[in-house]
Design a protein around this ligand. Sequence first.
Ligand SMILES: *Cc1c(COP(=O)(O)O)cnc(C)c1O
Length: 405
Amino acid sequence: MSKSNQLVNRIIHAIQSVAGAAGAQPIVLHEPHFDGNEWRYVKECLDSNYVSSVGKFVNRFEQELADYTGAKYAIAVVNGTAALHVALMLAGVVRDDEVLVPSLSFVATANATSYLGAIPHFVDSSERTLGVDPQTLRSYLKKCTEIRNRQCININTGRIIRALVPMHTFGHPADIDGLLAVAHDYHLALIEDAAESLGSRINGRHTGTFGLMGALSFNGNKVITTGGGGAILCNDEQLAKAAKHLTTTAKLPHRWAFNHDQIGFNYRMPNINAALGCAQLEQLDGFIAAKRALFEKYQAAFANISEVKLVQEPDHTTSNYWLQTLLLNKSEARAGSKMATGLRDLILSTAHDQGLLLRPAWQLLHTLVPYQHCPHMPLTVAKSLEQRLVNLPSSVVLTKSTITG
Ligand SMILES: *Cc1c(COP(=O)(O)O)cnc(C)c1O
């Protein structure tokens, strides 16, 4: 057996020692966990006929999200992409602006920018946090922008760079202090894509509450789910009111009249989804404890495999450990074939053959067909990370029983 095949087998065995071996059903990357009041709250919606855009669970979910995250306001919407769309719009992003977005992210971060006619400008990530790297971003902006009338102008395109959208990758917080300083110095609105980081904190403060606004997602694969759903976090009352207004078709409150004062969106989270959300939020702390326990187990299982390491929360942060992640050493990543992704793809194909549905990181956004012509800075770290990241089975069910006894 070749050296890389041996390594792959050791890696698969380590995963199976934690996640178990797949039987008739494959072991998926992340499945939702409904172990609380989900049935009860959803039944209340059905029994009361309040299944749609009005109902007590939407308001309750918003209040509980605000309480949990410490944001002054939370506005529940249909999904995380819609949350990003509206947050960027309220941050003043308009047609032909540029928005700084990590290339190593889910496509929603770039799509939300594009819905406004703005252009994503892709930036590099940090090996330590997997999020936007403030140091390399700062030196890049210093070279390719100038400040005119308190606006950041891209001197190569002549366009205004209006906003920066860091993302907290797999739940691990980005270097928010460094990014806030860059945003301040370059007059950029900072919107956090916190879709993956509900429950993750930086020096005790919740992700998504540092920038002008933050976006959460409650898609089926996230740490808690509402089926589909999202939320906008913010601390400014005027912005919160505007976000609520825009996401509820911009209808002026009235007992019967349909008067809308701008082009709004039908982005309000339905009550039946919020009912799920309330039940899930009650279990969130338990889910996160289970995920931390899972990280410890993987950490122990991989302790003797020096060719890879597990991604760990950065200093001064607590991660929700949404997706457990292996990072292959740079020197190993090329083994297995001449392709840069040799070892990674060998791990993925061997695992899938055995019913372990591991996943690579996203294909870098600047290489996707709709985004190939967008501006980007040198993406050295993102390219390297893309070739070396592998997400492991991360479902709460893998350790929940050991937490609750
Ligand atoms: C999940 C996710 C979103 C939002 O996704 P929706 O499916 O629209 O809720 C946005 N950004 C990132 C990085 C995500 O992982």
